[in-house]
Design a protein around this ligand. Structure first.
Ligand SMILES: Nc1ncnc2c1ncn2[C@@H]1O[C@H](COP(=O)(O)OP(=O)(O)O)[C@@H](O)[C@H]1O
Ligand SMILES: [Mg+2]
Length: 151
Protein backbone atom coordinates (compact mmCIF):
# COMPACT_ATOMS: atom_id res chain seq x y z
CA UNK A 1 0.00 0.00 0.00
CA UNK A 2 2.80 2.40 1.02
CA UNK A 3 4.54 1.62 -2.27
CA UNK A 4 1.48 2.72 -4.21
CA UNK A 5 1.26 5.98 -2.25
CA UNK A 6 4.94 6.67 -2.95
CA UNK A 7 4.43 6.01 -6.65
CA UNK A 8 1.58 8.52 -6.73
CA UNK A 9 3.68 11.10 -4.86
CA UNK A 10 6.45 10.60 -7.42
CA UNK A 11 3.94 11.18 -10.22
CA UNK A 12 3.13 14.55 -8.70
CA UNK A 13 6.75 15.49 -7.99
CA UNK A 14 7.84 14.50 -11.50
CA UNK A 15 5.10 16.45 -13.24
CA UNK A 16 6.42 19.55 -14.98
CA UNK A 17 4.95 22.86 -13.73
CA UNK A 18 1.98 24.01 -15.76
CA UNK A 19 3.65 27.29 -16.72
CA UNK A 20 7.15 28.75 -16.87
CA UNK A 21 6.97 31.46 -14.18
CA UNK A 22 9.31 33.71 -16.22
CA UNK A 23 7.06 33.59 -19.27
CA UNK A 24 3.87 34.88 -17.62
CA UNK A 25 2.67 37.97 -15.77
CA UNK A 26 0.11 38.37 -12.97
CA UNK A 27 -3.35 39.13 -14.33
CA UNK A 28 -4.19 41.93 -11.86
CA UNK A 29 -7.87 42.68 -11.14
CA UNK A 30 -9.91 41.51 -14.13
CA UNK A 31 -12.99 43.39 -15.40
CA UNK A 32 -14.66 40.29 -16.84
CA UNK A 33 -14.05 40.92 -20.55
CA UNK A 34 -13.43 37.53 -22.15
CA UNK A 35 -12.76 37.12 -25.84
CA UNK A 36 -12.23 34.01 -27.91
CA UNK A 37 -10.66 34.57 -31.31
CA UNK A 38 -11.01 31.81 -33.90
CA UNK A 39 -10.55 29.10 -31.32
CA UNK A 40 -10.36 25.50 -32.45
CA UNK A 41 -9.67 22.62 -30.12
CA UNK A 42 -9.06 18.88 -30.14
CA UNK A 43 -8.25 16.80 -27.07
CA UNK A 44 -5.51 14.83 -28.83
CA UNK A 45 -3.43 15.27 -32.00
CA UNK A 46 -5.34 12.61 -33.91
CA UNK A 47 -8.69 13.28 -32.22
CA UNK A 48 -11.69 15.03 -33.78
CA UNK A 49 -12.11 18.80 -33.70
CA UNK A 50 -14.38 19.48 -30.72
CA UNK A 51 -14.51 23.26 -31.26
CA UNK A 52 -14.03 24.74 -34.71
CA UNK A 53 -13.29 28.41 -35.31
CA UNK A 54 -15.24 29.74 -32.32
CA UNK A 55 -15.18 33.50 -31.76
CA UNK A 56 -16.99 34.98 -28.74
CA UNK A 57 -16.88 38.37 -27.03
CA UNK A 58 -18.21 38.55 -23.46
CA UNK A 59 -18.58 42.06 -22.04
CA UNK A 60 -17.80 42.83 -18.38
CA UNK A 61 -20.87 42.41 -16.15
CA UNK A 62 -22.88 40.49 -18.72
CA UNK A 63 -24.49 37.10 -18.25
CA UNK A 64 -24.03 34.60 -21.02
CA UNK A 65 -25.65 31.18 -21.35
CA UNK A 66 -24.06 28.59 -23.60
CA UNK A 67 -26.79 26.38 -24.95
CA UNK A 68 -26.34 23.25 -27.02
CA UNK A 69 -27.02 19.55 -27.11
CA UNK A 70 -25.04 17.12 -24.98
CA UNK A 71 -21.57 16.64 -26.43
CA UNK A 72 -21.59 19.88 -28.43
CA UNK A 73 -18.61 21.25 -26.50
CA UNK A 74 -20.01 23.55 -23.79
CA UNK A 75 -17.91 22.06 -20.98
CA UNK A 76 -14.86 21.97 -23.23
CA UNK A 77 -15.27 25.68 -23.93
CA UNK A 78 -15.57 26.37 -20.18
CA UNK A 79 -12.41 24.33 -19.53
CA UNK A 80 -10.54 26.44 -22.09
CA UNK A 81 -11.78 29.62 -20.42
CA UNK A 82 -10.45 28.36 -17.07
CA UNK A 83 -7.08 27.67 -18.72
CA UNK A 84 -7.35 23.93 -18.04
CA UNK A 85 -6.59 23.31 -21.73
CA UNK A 86 -4.96 25.52 -24.35
CA UNK A 87 -6.69 26.19 -27.67
CA UNK A 88 -5.19 24.08 -30.50
CA UNK A 89 -5.40 27.22 -32.63
CA UNK A 90 -6.73 30.72 -31.93
CA UNK A 91 -6.50 32.87 -28.81
CA UNK A 92 -8.32 33.41 -25.56
CA UNK A 93 -8.09 36.90 -24.06
CA UNK A 94 -8.93 38.23 -20.60
CA UNK A 95 -9.18 42.04 -20.67
CA UNK A 96 -7.44 41.93 -24.03
CA UNK A 97 -4.49 39.94 -22.68
CA UNK A 98 -3.69 36.50 -24.09
CA UNK A 99 -4.38 33.88 -21.40
CA UNK A 100 -1.27 32.04 -22.55
CA UNK A 101 0.91 34.80 -21.09
CA UNK A 102 -1.06 35.34 -17.87
CA UNK A 103 -0.26 33.60 -14.59
CA UNK A 104 -3.07 31.03 -14.46
CA UNK A 105 -3.35 31.07 -10.68
CA UNK A 106 -3.94 34.82 -10.71
CA UNK A 107 -6.72 34.33 -13.29
CA UNK A 108 -8.34 31.30 -11.71
CA UNK A 109 -8.46 32.93 -8.26
CA UNK A 110 -10.88 35.43 -9.85
CA UNK A 111 -13.15 32.80 -11.42
CA UNK A 112 -16.02 30.99 -9.75
CA UNK A 113 -16.71 27.55 -11.14
CA UNK A 114 -19.40 25.07 -10.17
CA UNK A 115 -18.92 21.77 -11.94
CA UNK A 116 -21.67 19.31 -12.79
CA UNK A 117 -20.20 16.66 -10.55
CA UNK A 118 -19.28 18.44 -7.38
CA UNK A 119 -17.13 16.79 -4.74
CA UNK A 120 -16.89 18.30 -1.27
CA UNK A 121 -13.74 17.86 0.76
CA UNK A 122 -13.76 17.58 4.54
CA UNK A 123 -13.39 20.65 6.76
CA UNK A 124 -15.44 23.79 7.12
CA UNK A 125 -17.64 25.37 4.45
CA UNK A 126 -15.76 28.67 4.21
CA UNK A 127 -12.65 27.71 2.17
CA UNK A 128 -14.83 25.98 -0.42
CA UNK A 129 -16.25 29.38 -1.40
CA UNK A 130 -12.86 30.74 -2.39
CA UNK A 131 -10.53 27.84 -3.21
CA UNK A 132 -8.05 30.23 -4.82
CA UNK A 133 -7.78 32.27 -1.59
CA UNK A 134 -6.82 34.55 0.07
CA UNK A 135 -9.73 34.15 2.46
CA UNK A 136 -10.89 36.79 4.97
CA UNK A 137 -14.36 35.35 5.60
CA UNK A 138 -16.34 38.16 3.91
CA UNK A 139 -16.85 36.34 0.58
CA UNK A 140 -18.39 33.19 2.07
CA UNK A 141 -20.67 35.26 4.36
CA UNK A 142 -21.86 37.41 1.47
CA UNK A 143 -22.53 34.46 -0.87
CA UNK A 144 -24.11 32.58 2.04
CA UNK A 145 -26.57 35.44 2.55
CA UNK A 146 -27.38 35.65 -1.15
CA UNK A 147 -28.21 31.96 -1.27
CA UNK A 148 -30.09 31.98 2.01
CA UNK A 149 -27.83 29.59 3.92
CA UNK A 150 -26.43 32.30 6.24
CA UNK A 151 -28.51 34.79 8.27
N1 LIG B 1 -11.26 14.54 -21.84
C1 LIG B 1 -11.75 14.30 -23.06
N2 LIG B 1 -11.03 13.61 -23.99
C2 LIG B 1 -11.51 13.38 -25.23
N3 LIG B 1 -12.72 13.79 -25.66
C3 LIG B 1 -13.49 14.46 -24.78
C4 LIG B 1 -13.05 14.75 -23.45
N4 LIG B 1 -14.03 15.45 -22.81
C5 LIG B 1 -15.02 15.59 -23.70
N5 LIG B 1 -14.72 14.99 -24.89
C6 LIG B 1 -15.54 14.97 -26.10
O1 LIG B 1 -15.73 16.30 -26.53
C7 LIG B 1 -17.05 16.50 -27.03
C8 LIG B 1 -17.69 17.67 -26.29
O2 LIG B 1 -17.88 17.29 -24.94
P1 LIG B 1 -18.34 18.33 -23.82
O3 LIG B 1 -17.50 19.55 -23.92
O4 LIG B 1 -18.35 17.59 -22.52
O5 LIG B 1 -19.82 18.67 -24.31
P2 LIG B 1 -21.07 19.29 -23.49
O6 LIG B 1 -20.56 19.90 -22.23
O7 LIG B 1 -21.67 20.29 -24.44
O8 LIG B 1 -21.99 18.14 -23.24
C9 LIG B 1 -17.77 15.16 -26.86
O9 LIG B 1 -17.72 14.51 -28.12
C10 LIG B 1 -16.95 14.44 -25.83
O10 LIG B 1 -17.01 13.05 -26.03
MG1 LIG C 1 -21.07 19.57 -20.21
Amino acid sequence: MLEIYLERINDVLNTAPEQDANAVVLAGPLTGAVTMEHVSFRYSKQGPLILEDVSVAVNPGSRVALVGRTGSGKSTLARLMAGLYEPSTGRLLFDGKDLKYLDLHSVRSQLGIVTQDTKLFGGTVAPKHCPGGPYDGSGPRSSGRQTGVHP
